[in-house]
Design a protein around this ligand. Structure first.
Ligand code: GLP
Length: 244
C-alpha cells in the first residue's frame, strides 16, 4: 500500500487496529497486538490516542507484545522501549498495565532464555498475535532480527549489527554507548501473527524496502521473509516506495 504521505499511511494502519479492537470488544474476546518502536510507528500511536480520546476507543480488552528491547536496559532509561511505549501510547490510553508485555532488559543473563520462552508461551496462551506492526531497520531487520536471522528464529538474545548501532548512536549520545545486544521476537514468532503491517517512510528506507519486497527471500534481509506471509502488507509513503 503506497500512500502519498506518512500521515495518511499511519491513519490507515491505526484504523485497521481500531476496527479489530472494536470487533473483539463486541465479541467479548481479547485483542492481541504486536507493537514496534522507532520513529516510524509514532504517528500510528498518536492516532490511536486520538481515537481513544475523541471516539472513545477502549483498550481495556487489548493485550500488547512489543517486539524487542535493548539488553541490558532499565525501564526508566531514556532509550528504553518501556519508556518509549509509555510516552507514545500506554500513558494516554485505558490499557491495563498487566496486559502490556515488553521483553525485559533488566534480567540477569542466565534468566534471559527462560524469559524468552515464557514470552512466546504467553502469546500462544492468548491465541496468538492478531495484528503485528513492524518497522524496518537499515539492515533489513524486523524487530532486532539482524542479518543471519533465520525463518525459524524465535524470541532470543541477539547481537546488534554495526549499522543498527550507528543508527541508534544519536539516541545514546554516541555509538560507544549503544548496547551491543538486544532481546527480540524471532522471525518465526513474527510470521505467526495473523496480519502484519510493515511500515516504512522516507527515502532513507527505499533501498532496504526494495530488497525486502522484491529481492530474494533470505536471512540476510529478515524482512524478506514477510514475502512468505499470506497477510503481510507493506505500508509505505511515496519516498520509501521509490525503488520498487
Ligand atoms: C529499531 C527497532 C526496530 C525499528 C527500527 C527502525 O531498530 N528495534 O523495531 O523498526 O529501529 O527505526 P525507525 O522507525 O526509527 O527508522
Amino acid at each position: 500500500c503506497v500512500f502519498k504521505h506518512a500521515k495518511s499511511a499511519s491513519e490507515y494502519v491505526a484504523a485497521q487496529i481500531a476496527e479489530l479492537i472494536r470487533e473483539r470488544a463486541a465479541e467479548g474476546r481479547p485483542c492481541v497486538l504486536g507493537l514496534a518502536t522507532g520513529s516510524t510507528p509514532t504517528t500510528v500511536y498518536a492516532e490511536l490516542v486520538r481515537l481513544h480520546r475523541e471516539e472513545g476507543l477502549s483498550f481495556a480488552g487489548v493485550h500488547t507484545f512489543n517486539l524487542d528491547e535493548y539488553y541490558p536496559m532499565q525501564p526508566n532509561e531514556l532509550q528504553s522501549y518501556v519508556r518509549f511505549m509509555n510516552e507514545n501510547l500506554f500513558d494516554h490510553i485505558d490499557i491495563d498495565q498487566a496486559n502490556v508485555n515488553i521483553p525485559d532488559g533488566t534480567l540477569p543473563e542466565e534468566e534471559v532464555l527462560a524469559h524468552c520462552a515464557a514470552y512466546e508461551q504467553k502469546i500462544v496462551d492468548l491465541g496468538g498475535v492478531d495484528i503485528q506492526v513492524l518497522g524496518i531497520g537499515r539492515t533489513g531487520h524486523i524487530g532486532f532480527n539482524e542479518p543471519g536471522s533465520g525463518r525459524e528464529s524465535r524470541t532470543r538474545m541477539i547481537t546488534l549489527d554495526k549499522k543498527t548501532r550507528q543508527d541508534a548512536a544519536s539516541d545514546f549520545f554516541g555509538e560507544d554507548y549503544v548496547p551491543r545486544r538486544a532481546i527480540t521476537m524471532g522471525v518465526g514468532t513474527i510470521l505467526e501473527a495473523r496480519q502484519v503491517y510493515m511500515l516504512a517512510f522516507g527515502e532513507g528506507k527505499a533501498k532496504v524496502v526494495a530488497e525486502a519486497i522484491e529481492g530474494p527471500v533470505t536471512p540476510i534481509v529478515a524482512a524478506s521473509f514477510l514475502q512468505e506471509h499470506d497477510n503481510a502488507v507493506a505500508v509505505l509513503d511515496e519516498a520509501a516506495a521509490d525503488r520498487l
